[in-house]
Design a protein around this ligand. Sequence first.
Ligand SMILES: [Fe+2]
Ligand SMILES: [Fe+2]
Ligand SMILES: [Fe+2]
Length: 400
Amino acid sequence: MGCPADRSFCELVVALSTILDVEEETKLYHAWRVALVARELAQKVLPEQSTQVFYAGLLHDLGGIGLDDHLVHLVTRAGAELNPEIREHPRKGAAMVAAIPGLGEEVAAMIRDHHEHWDGSGFPRGLKGGAIVPGALLLGLADHFDLALRTNPGSDWPAVKKAMERKVQGAFPPELPAVLDSLMQEFLFAEVATNAALELKMFRLILNLPPVKFNVNEPMKITINLFARIIDTKHTYTAGHSQRVAGYVVKLARCLGFSEEETGRLEIAGLLHDFGKIAVPRAILDKPGPLDTREIKIVRQHPVRTIDLLTSVSGLKDLARDAGLHHERYDGKGYPYGLQGGEIPLGARIIALADAFDAMTSLRPYQPTRTPEEALAILNRGSGSQFDPQVVAVAPCLLT
Ligand SMILES: [Fe+2]
Ligand SMILES: [Fe+2]
Ligand SMILES: [Fe+2]
């Protein structure tokens, strides 16, 4: 498999899995733990697919992105498997991942089957035994491990093992829990039991991949486009927002005389500007009334998260500030840092205008939809206060 051995690609998928696991201010590390444990299992029983198993682990619950709560809470509730939305998350996630170049069908199939049980008692299809993709069983067992650890914090391996026992019975081929047991006893439990140890293990793995400079190749581009769609599915009213913003950014950059290379770079920044929004709970994003102070604080964290995430991807580091500083205002009254004028990178000033233009011209619950001409007039009024006059000057390009 070419692409997933690429460090930038790996970091990008890790970044997505990190943000999917953020709940208000805390990181849950569910996807990381499942990925790292399943990968160790794979190295024992399915070595030729351990890379795919790793990526499948990082993205296994991607299909749960539209749910009101994180799956680690939902799946442990009684009768969870009867909830149609929960039942569908493996299939939904598989459909999204199938489009990622280099991962494709194999990883998608593992995700699709990660809640199937050896004895046929799983979901969504109730498959049995050998009908289940082998990698999926590794994900399932690692998933049970993380859930048991979560409900028994601070316990040692024998206690976690005991907590898993009843749930795991019949769900896996009998030799598989034995493999997990010996790995955990040998070294694995110490490496994955705490979040700090888990982070260390993940960073070691990434650092062992060959380093890269800024580089957005074709598979990365396709993946980033898919991520942009994933960001937008988080919020009922923003379908297509990231892609439209990126399109506007391209128009503005061309009218400002940017080179094709520079324009392409900003397009990526536009696609990922709201990456950090994945961590904002849906109840806040879709709240019909005004937000309270706590909610405002959470929403205002999203640009900081975008910067953090993009900084963690070698190939995208250079555009972290362009993407993340899109809520700063030219007059210094924006957030999160209150930067002013030239302190804000030009790319971010361009994205800010593109973002506002899309917010005004697309359907939003809290404001009337404007025509492009009306939006342009409003942008003009904000010239020098909210927006950079130099960018407002080329805003008519948006109408072409
Ligand atoms: Fe799941
Ligand atoms: Fe899970
Ligand atoms: Fe934003």
